[in-house]
Design a protein around this ligand. Structure first.
Ligand code: PLP
Length: 264
């Protein structure tokens, strides 16, 4: 007898260069021994140097992908990544409400490291009002947390206040990623759990340009662990460890911001 394989779903955009988006999500979940299904909501033309172009999928095709997955698979946890624009965010919200996909991790992807906008400015409000209330775990970096709260986030105290505001907006558990802001040689993330408990997660800062898809990898690892039935706290701790391992042993692919090493 074969036991049913644990299945999770990514709802995100592709990366033709293989390092971020849906590709990073599938590689991460595979490395965590979780089967990954994918609802593709946008297709990007990009590589390690940058994003050349992208197109969001029509609503009908998004709806049909959700239906195809829900009709056949048993999804235990899901995540969202790049959501492109207002109609796409709305289509995704509608489908998440319609199907039982388990705990949802929302990575509020806005701007790629190379500077390309992956979520239109007017869609930030839609994410805030309609998607955040569905999030079991929300994983913004500092610029994303600032956009969603309207705050300037410069200190550890600011991260704490921002995470509380994000909970008020409806996210149950919040992980504010400090990587973009820390000036010393540690990267410090702040976690505020649903029950009010909170803690810092620190890791040594690695000097490397192979960090393409870091956020996708973290949120996918959390999703995979939630699919296995881990607690939110444990899933977040494992996610942080996994990302640190994949960053510290980079691989040589492309000429720009290289991808992570999922064999690490
Ligand atoms: N492309 C897609 C489709 C993504 O989902 C993301 C991040 O979520 C990126 C690119 C950006 O990757 P990075 O900023 O890590 O280079």
């Amino acid at each position: 007898m074969i036991n049913e394989t644990i299945q999770a779903l990514t709802i995100a955009g592709t990366d033709s260069g293989g390092g971020a988006g849906v590709m990073a999500d599938i590689k991460t979940m595979q490395a965590r021994y979780v089967f990954s299904a994918a609802v593709v909501v946008a297709v990007t033309a990009q590589n390690t140097i940058g994003v050349a172009d992208f197109m969001a999928m029509p609503k009908q095709l998004i709806d049909e992908q959700f239906k195809a997955v829900a009709d056949d698979l048993k999804i235990r946890a899901a995540k969202t990544g790049m959501l492109a624009d207002v109609p796409t965010v709305k289509a995704v919200v509608e489908n998440i409400k319609q199907y039982d996909l388990g705990p949802l991790t929302v990575d509020p992807v806005m701007i790629a490291k190379g500077g390309a906008r992956l979520l239109s400015e007017d869609a930030i409000q839609t994410v805030k009002q309609e998607l955040l209330p569905l999030a079991t775990v929300l994983t913004p970096n500092l610029p994303e947390a600032a956009e969603l709260t309207g705050m300037t986030i410069q200190s550890a105290d600011d991260m704490l206040v921002a995470s509380k505001q994000l909970q008020v907006l409806g996210a149950k558990n919040v992980l504010v990623k400090g990587g973009h802001g820390s000036s010393n040689n540690e990267s410090a993330d702040f976690v505020l759990l649903e029950d009010g408990n909170s803690f810092w997660l620190t890791s040594p800062r690695v000097e490397t340009n192979r960090t393409h898809g870091t956020g996708d990898t973290l949120s996918s690892c959390i999703t995979a662990e939630l699919a296995k039935g881990q607690s939110v706290e444990e899933a977040i701790r494992i996610g942080k460890q996994y990302v640190s391992a994949t960053i510290s042993q980079g691989i040589q692919v492309g000429h720009g911001h290289g991808p992570l090493n999922h064999w690490a």
